[in-house]
Design a protein around this ligand. Structure first.
Ligand code: PLP
Length: 371
């Protein structure tokens, strides 16, 4: 917590509206629209919910294909599978671990409807290339910016470049409300329908604005909005968002500087941030030479009381990924990265002594990895 969360929650209670779209939700929308500069931001109860909304907005139907990386969280894909689409997985770049934009065009078929750009670790994909491929083939671009709030690509906030974007405010993300998310609408064709889909397929948002005198069922939809207690917590986090990002960047940079020598010695590889990207220090990861060394590293750190983790069994080799989707060709970078990556602890309240302990332990453990 950053300070005001519990105070805002008590205010939400005092306001007397605990259901969604009350004053705190509106303030969160305003904060996002002003600070990340987008047409419309709508709070959801998760990034997964926002992704499901993008699939509804894109009018995905059975048989459609959606291009995305395999190296990502499950719901990047499952949101589209729910509507009957097949995810088509392409490989990632070895530097940023983002979808390799040069591999997208070859994966397009006459069934392709959308490209999902996942900004891994809050480092932007090459959006110029992705947007121009999409334009040439008349495809939608959906940014899964779950990890990307307050990060930017060529000066534009992640999530605001494609037709639609999504954020996560899950506990594991930079800005949190326990569970939470947002849909970012950049394409004006979707402004009205996104409100309707979020409000159970009704025009209730218009009703609350006095634009219609009664509300009714007008379209498909579901219940995607969070309650006011969540929005109150989130507003406090959003107001502290730039402090959170600055603090995380400081920790990230300490790690990065400290491990330069290990990288020079060829013991591991550090993250690479392209010139065009300002990241948000969502994650500090290391790439070890092979999976055996990764296991040794995790065990060595554990013996020193430090929990390090890895993630993303590639979706193209997961049981559901194989059932519902397909890989476009071989994905050698994906297959290699997920076996070698390890994430270091990185959260707001890490104390300086803990950071130094993590750094010293990483150096000692990395120096004695065998084979
Ligand atoms: C965390 C995450 C999600 C899911 O976010 P929730 O808010 O937990 O639904 C989706 N995509 C990516 C890339 C994520 O990191």
């Amino acid at each position: 917590m950053t300070g005001k969360e519990l105070w805002y929650i008590s205010q939400a209670h005092h306001n007397g509206q605990l259901s969604g779209d009350g004053p705190f939700t509106k303030k969160c929308h305003q904060w996002l629209e002003q600070n990340i500069r987008c047409r419309q931001a709508l709070l959801t109860h998760s990034c997964t919910a926002a992704l499901e909304m993008t699939a509804l907005l894109a009018e995905i139907k059975p048989g459609d294909e959606v291009i995305m990386p395999s190296y990502t969280f499950v719901t990047t894909a499952s949101a589209f599978v729910l509507r009957g689409a097949a995810p088509v997985f392409v490989d990632i770049r070895p530097d940023t671990l983002n979808m390799d934009e040069t591999k997208i065009e070859a994966a397009i078929t006459n069934r392709t409807v959308a490209i999902v750009a996942v900004h891994y670790a809050g480092v932007g994909c090459d959006m110029d290339v992705i947007m121009s491929v999409a334009k040439r083939y008349n495809l939608l671009v959906i940014e899964d910016a779950a990890q990307g709030p307050l990060a930017s690509y060529k000066g534009r906030h992640l999530g605001t470049i494609g037709n639609l974007g999504t954020f996560s405010f899950h506990e594991t993300k930079n800005i949190t409300s326990g569970e939470g998310g947002a849909l970012i609408v950049n394409d004006e064709r979707f402004l009205e329908r996104s409100e309707i889909i979020r409000e159970k397929g009704t025009n209730r948002s218009k009703f609350f604005r006095g634009q219609v005198d009664k509300y009714t069922w007008v379209d498909m939809g579901s219940s995607y909005l969070p309650g006011e207690i969540i929005a109150a917590f989130l507003l406090a986090q959003l107001e502290a968002a730039s402090d959170i990002t600055v603090r995380r960047l400081l920790i990230w940079q300490q790690y990065h500087d400290a491990f330069q020598e290990l990288e020079r010695q060829g013991l591991l590889r550090r993250p690479i941030i392209p010139e065009s990207c300002q990241h948000n220090a969502h994650m500090y990861y290391l790439l070890l030479p092979n999976s055996g060394q990764r296991t040794q590293f995790i065990e060595g750190m554990k013996a020193r009381g430090i929990q390090t983790v890895f993630h993303y069994i590639p979706l193209h080799s997961s049981p559901a990924g194989r059932r519902y989707g397909r890989a476009h060709g071989d994905l050698p970078v994906t297959d290699s990265i997920w076996e070698r990556i390890v994430r270091l602890p990185l959260w707001l309240d890490l104390e300086q002594a803990e950071i130094e302990n993590i750094i010293e332990s990483t150096i000692s453990v990395a120096r004695v990895l065998r084979g």
